[in-house]
Design a protein around this ligand. Structure first.
Ligand SMILES: C[S@@+](CC[C@H](N)C(=O)[O-])C[C@H]1O[C@@H](n2cnc3c(N)ncnc32)[C@H](O)[C@@H]1O
Length: 296
């Protein structure tokens, strides 16, 4: 795998589809439900002039096909409605417009045909990479993304360069490779996050917020202790076995690198502060889940 990364999860609702194989992700979404409610109660100022249009616009970046995105969006809408109730503003309850974003090759047909029939929002699809602008300036009140920012925008070039110290020969991921290779992944993640924050800062209204759920691990944990490490190791070994059996050649393994990166609270804090567009209101690590909440 090389170049820009643009491939979606398995669509449809068959046995191998994302919708039937994303329990891990939905468990995290449910785990943070109360945190999101608290964050919206504390930080989402529905009385500010930015909320005066009576339409609240929310985007899910890297939504895939559902049902996870529908569950996450329902949780967010309930939290916002509760916020209006708690302020005795029920007569001013807004309408909601939800934007479901993913790569153009995402199975948007499945997404749209399975939209909850009882939904209380207007739905729209937005194709394209979130490592770039997706919305007009100052148009979105709340940005949400879960389990998508671990995908780098591209495989770092050094991994494929046999003249570089970071040439990833025979390996497919940094968690099972040398420090030089891990550094190259970290540098790509830093660049990608900067691009992501700059685009979102343009698009979010003043007083809006961003909720990010990302795979990660606690500060100080070594890359090799990443809980996904045994999976990457087994995957790598299988490819090397296939080389031995003559099913694929060595060059194909050398050119295959998984563009996946898991961050830590310390690293995220550094990247957010260096970028300067957002403040971190709350960030927590749940077992092997890492859940930053950022507000513009
Ligand atoms: C593991 S799925 C997560 C889906 C859903 N958010 C959830 O929590 O279950 C990751 C999704 O992010 C999307 N994705 C990855 N990189 C992206 C990018 N640069 N722009 C838009 N979507 C992206 C993938 O296509 C995929 O559908």
């Amino acid at each position: 795998m090389s170049g820009n990364v643009e491939f979606p999860m398995n669509g449809g609702d068959g046995a191998n589809s994302y919708s039937k194989n994303s329990r891990y992700q939905v468990e995290a979404i449910n785990l943070v439900k109360e945190m999101i409610k608290e964050a919206i109660a504390k930080n989402f100022d529905v009385t500010s002039p930015s909320f005066s249009s009576n339409t609240i616009r929310i985007a899910d970046l890297g939504c895939s096909v559902g049902p996870n995105t529908f569950i996450a969006m329902k949780n967010i809408l309930e939290a916002i409605e509760w916020r209006y109730h708690s302020k005795n503003l029920t007569s001013e309850m807004p309408e909601f417009q939800l934007f479901f974003n993913d790569h153009a090759y995402n199975d948007f047909n499945t997404l749209f045909t399975t939209l909850p029939p009882d939904r209380q929002y207007f739905a729209a699809g937005v194709p394209g990479s979130f490592y770039g602008r997706l919305f007009p300036k100052s148009s979105i009140h709340l940005m949400y993304s879960s389990f998508a920012l671990q995908w780098l925008s591209k495989v770092p070039e050094e991994l494929l360069d046999n003249g570089s110290l970071a040439w990833n020969k025979g390996k497919i991921h940094y968690t099972i490779a040398s420090k030089e290779i891990a550094d190259v992944y970290a540098a790509q993640f830093a660049k990608d996050m900067d691009t992501f924050f700059n685009a979102r800062a343009d698009e979010i209204i003043v007083g809006g917020m961003m909720i990010l759920i990302m795979p990660g691990f606690a500060d100080g944990v070594q890359y090799s202790q990443d809980p996904s490490c045994p999976f990457f190791y087994a995957f790598n070994q299988s490819l090397l076995d296939m080389v031995k059996l003559g099913m694929i050649n060595e060059d194909e393994v050398d050119s295959f690198n998984l563009p996946l990166y898991a961050t830590s609270p310390k690293e995220m804090t550094k990247l957010v502060e260096r970028n300067g567009c957002f403040n971190i209101e709350r960030m927590e690590v749940f077992a092997d889940y890492n859940i930053p909440l950022l507000q513009s």
